[in-house]
Design a binder for this molecule. Structure first.
Ligand SMILES: O=C(O)c1ccccc1N[C@@H]1O[C@H](COP(=O)(O)O)[C@@H](O)[C@H]1O
Length: 215
């Protein structure tokens, strides 16, 4: 059994948080991208995070946030990490880390080998990286689309200066294969543990964590 850490993203209710903790997730994601059906308001997130099960790291997902966005979020929501899921530059990642004093996870969208090239630079400033499938052109969301990338691309490129998480189209059925092919020690999921759009399913969350940790 491997010590794989799981992040489940898109918590909307207290029941979601409790089910994620009971399933064995290490991190939960609170999504502040308003165009997503998984998003929560700052007030909702503050209530969820303040009352979160002990030991669950609360990650705030934002996309190209302004300082005003982050001032409002971090001023009300007790977060453990900020996830940057947009086109934030290396300099902006460093700036956010310094300004808010929170660990920052930068997401890199991957469709082909060349998309991995910027990772070394981001790894110098981010506390964590997330390697996710690049959103297809015209997609409504920059992530959370339930699509995977070719995991083979990571076979020889998985050692970076910062810890990293694999994301994109992971499900209870494919997460073990994804971990074996990429060597990931951390995985992230949103749509793969839902029974309907933005509806987290406790059985799928449990099955996902079990499958990941059974590798
Ligand atoms: O989930 C969303 O709605 C979302 C919106 C905007 C940016 C990122 C988003 N989700 C992130 O993408 C990963 C992978 O999602 P999936 O498992 O492929 O559905 C998700 O875990 C979030 O970190």
């Amino acid at each position: 059994m491997a010590d794989i850490r799981v992040k489940i993203c898109g918590m909307k209710t207290r029941a979601d948080m409790e089910a994620a903790a009971a399933a064995g997730a290490a991190y939960v994601g609170l999504n502040f991208y308003a165009k997503s059906a998984r998003s929560v308001t700052i007030a909702q997130a503050a209530a969820l995070a303040s009352d979160a099960p002990v030991g669950l790291a609360k990650v705030g997902l934002v996309v190209n946030p302004t300082d005003a966005d982050l001032d409002a979020i971090t001023g009300s929501v007790p977060l453990d990490m900020i996830q940057l899921h947009g086109q934030e530059s290396v300099e902006r990642v460093a700036e956010i880390k310094t300004r808010y004093g929170l660990p920052v996870m930068k997401v890199i969208g991957v469709a082909e080998a060349a998309d991995l090239d910027p990772i070394d630079l981001y790894a110098q400033v981010a506390d964590q990286l997330m390697v996710d499938a690049k959103a297809p052109k015209g997609a409504k969301l920059p992530g959370g689309n339930g699509i995977s990338f070719d995991w083979q691309l990571l076979a020889s490129k998985k050692y970076w200066q910062a810890p990293w998480m694999l994301a994109g189209g992971l499900t209870p059925e494919n997460v073990a294969e994804a971990i074996r092919k990429t060597g990931a020690r951390q995985v992230d999921v949103a749509s793969g543990v839902e029974s309907a759009p933005a509806q987290k399913d406790p059985d799928l969350m449990r099955a996902f964590v079990e499958a990941a940790q059974a590798v």
